[in-house]
Write a protein that binds this ligand. Sequence first.
Ligand SMILES: *Cc1c(COP(=O)(O)O)cnc(C)c1O
Length: 425
Amino acid sequence: MTDPRRLVPRTDALLADPRLAAATRALGGALVKQAVVEAQQRARSGQIPPDAVADAAVAGLPVTATSLRAVINATGVVVHTNLGRAPLSEAARAAVIAAAGCTDVEFDLASGQRARRGRATIAALADAVPRAGAVHVVNNNAAALLLCGLVLAAGREIVVSRGELVEIGDGFRIPELLAASGATLREVGTTNRVHLRDYAEAIGEATGFVLKVHPSNFRVTGFTREVGVAELATLGPPVVVDIGSGLLRPHPLLPDEPDAATTLAQGASLVTASGDKLLGGPQAGLLFGDSEIVERLRRHPAARAMRVDKLTLAALEATVRGPEPPVAAMLTADVERLRERVWALVKRLDVAEVHDTVSAIGGGGAPGVELPSVAVSLPSHYAEALRRGTRPVVGRVERGRCLLDLRTVHPDEDEELLNAVLACT
Ligand SMILES: *Cc1c(COP(=O)(O)O)cnc(C)c1O
C-alpha cells in the first residue's frame, strides 16, 4: 500500500493554486510558503489528509504581511500603552493611507519647489494652540525632552523638583534621559515639598532651564507642596513644562490634567507633550512655545534624528483638524449608553452577566481618575481564549471573572466582540 505521506502535494503545485497565487501577490512569497510548509507537515504527520493540504494552507495564511494584530481593547484602560496607546480616528487612518505613497510632505505643488516638511501639521497645531509662538514635532515626548536638554542645557544645569524626577514606565526615567543630553540635574526640594525659594537658590550662571514635569502616573497626597508654572516663570531662566498627556485645552472631566494652552498662559517658555495619549493621535512629541527657542530646537543637528515620518504627520494633522478621536469619545461615553450595549451582548450569550466597573485613563495619564463603566462579565478562562482568537480581544481578570469593559470598545466593534466570545464557547 502507498504511504499516504507520499501523496502530500508538492510545494510548486500548491503555489500554483489560484488562491495561494493571489496570496503570494498580496503578502509576498515567504509568508505563503510558510503556510504551505506548515500544511504539508500536518499532512505528513497524519493530522490532515493529503487532499486537504491546499485548503489548510489557505486557512493558515496571515491576514496581512505584518504580524501585528488588530486587537479589541476591552481592558477599560483608555490609553493602553501595551496596545499601542490611542487608536486613530477614521479620519487619521484615511490620512495615513493617503500619505503612504509619494506625497507632498516636503514639496510645494504650486511652485514645484522644496517646502517646509510637515508645514500643514504644524499649522494645525498652531491653530489649536494660538498662544504658542511656534510649534515643532518630534518622534515622541521623550525625544522632545532630550532635544530641550541638548539645546538649552548641554554642559549646564536643569533645575527640577525632586518630587518630579519620575519613572514613566518600562524603566524609562526622565532624569536619566535628560542626563543623556549632557546636562546636569540640579534637584531642589524634597520628595513631597518644594518652595519657590528652593528654585531661586539653585538658579545661577550654569542654569540652562527650569523643568516642571507633570507626575502623570502617580499622585502624592498629604503634606505636599509644589510650585506652579506662573511662579517659576518669575525666576528668569526659561521654564520647560512636560505636561505628558497632550491635552491642548482644558478638559472638563480632567480638571487636574495640565493642558498646553493654560500652561503657556501661565508663562511656560516651552511645553512638551505626547501625541498618542489624551490627544488621541499617533506617537509623536509635541513642542509648543517661544519661537526663538523652537527655532533653535529645529536647527539642532539631533533634530534630524528625531524627525517624524510622513505617516505620523498625516495622522497628527487629521487628529487635530478632524472629528473627535476615539480617545475623546471613550472619555465622555455615557455610562447608561454603555449599559445598553452590554445588555444587548449579554442577552445573546448564555454565560455572560452585566457587571458595573470603573475604567482608567492609563498611559501615564490622570492618575486617580476613575470613570464609571459597565462590562460583560464572563468566566475567567475566557480571558486567554479571547486573546488567542482570530480577532484577539483583551479584557481584564478581576476577582475570578473575565471583564470586557465596553468604554474602550468602539460601538462598531460590538458585533465582532460578540462573535469573538461565541467562537470561544
Ligand atoms: C508619557 C510621558 C512621557 C513619555 O512620553 P512618550 O511620548 O512616550 O515618549 C514623558 N513625560 C510624561 C510626564 C509622560 O506622561
